[in-house]
Write a protein that binds this ligand. Structure first.
Ligand SMILES: C[S@@+](CC[C@H](N)C(=O)[O-])C[C@H]1O[C@@H](n2cnc3c(N)ncnc32)[C@H](O)[C@@H]1O
Length: 249
């Protein structure tokens, strides 16, 4: 998988943090012993789990060494493990995963195995904006002309409808699933590019050779500016997300 840049990712920490808080608000656990954050990224949100349940052992898990290193540096008092969710087998009273499963191909098939690790509560959130211009513009451009041969085998994130997740989990969990569209108000004419280049667009950018990447970036920025016009230096980016919270029956 292409590498992550924790600093770039944290540029929109406030906007990216809001769904984590909204997700957590629906988890009713009172005294969990072990809480695991799967795909914890730089660990800034995992900190909220330790604040909510101070007596719990809180473990952040991520496959990216850069992310785990950043988490370890910023939050040395929590536990951090570099591991792939596809191989993670440790049970937890509360299992949280914020904005990670979209990176795992066929994650709907993997969901029963992940859910089996949650002894009381399972809660996850995935972006559901892959049909928006913020994603379709770079994807369509990457599939055209000279870019195509470099990007053909790039794996991009994806997610399912809330109902699909609910259907997988409903036999074992009381499920609370919903979608929310946030209207992110971002500063700067290229703010949408800055946002997606730190997450969903990374695999495409990293697949392109440097000289093509520069041209690609210029073209994508120009198209995104048309799709998300700035007014007084501010751009509004609608962003839909799917939330699923399950309490084991
Ligand atoms: C968009 S970030 C979300 C980080 C954090 N949960 C947050 O809410 O800010 C996605 C994270 O998922 C991690 N990730 C992607 N695929 C993974 C996998 N198969 N196993 C574990 N972590 C994975 C990435 O390394 C990255 O840190």
């Amino acid at each position: 998988m292409p590498s992550w840049d924790p600093q770039h990712y944290l540029a929109y920490a406030d906007e990216r943090g809001r769904p984590f808080i909204d997700l957590l608000a629906r988890v009713g656990a009172t005294a969990p012993r072990r809480v695991v954050d799967l795909g914890c990224g730089p660990g800034n949100m995992t900190r909220l789990l330790a604040e909510r349940w101070p007596a719990a052992e809180v473990i952040g898990v991520d496959s990216s060494s850069d992310m785990i290193e950043r988490a370890r540096t910023d939050q040395p008092d929590l536990s951090w493990v570099q591991a792939d969710v596809r191989e993670w087998r440790e049970p937890a009273d509360v299992l949280i995963s914020n904005a990670m499963l979209q990176w795992v191909p066929d994650h709907l098939d993997l969901l029963p195995a992940i859910a089996a690790l949650a002894t009381e509560w399972l809660a996850f959130q995935v972006p559901a904006n892959f049909g928006e211009p913020s994603h379709t513009i770079p994807i369509e451009l990457a599939a055209s002309g000279e870019y195509a041969e470099h990007t053909a085998s790039v794996e991009l994130p994806g997610s399912h409808a809330a109902l699909d997740y609910l259907d997988v989990l409903r036999a074992d969990f009381e499920v609370d699933a919903w979608t929310t569209t946030y209207l992110h108000v971002l500063r700067g004419a290229d703010a949408v590019f800055d946002w997606v280049s730190g997450t969903g667009m990374r695999p495409i950018l990293q697949a392109l050779p440097a000289e093509l990447r520069e041209r690609f970036v210029t073209e994508v920025k120009a198209r995104l500016r048309v799709a998300y016009p700035a007014s007084d230096g501010v751009v509004v980016m609608p962003f839909q997300r799917v939330f699923v919270v399950g309490r084991r029956r």
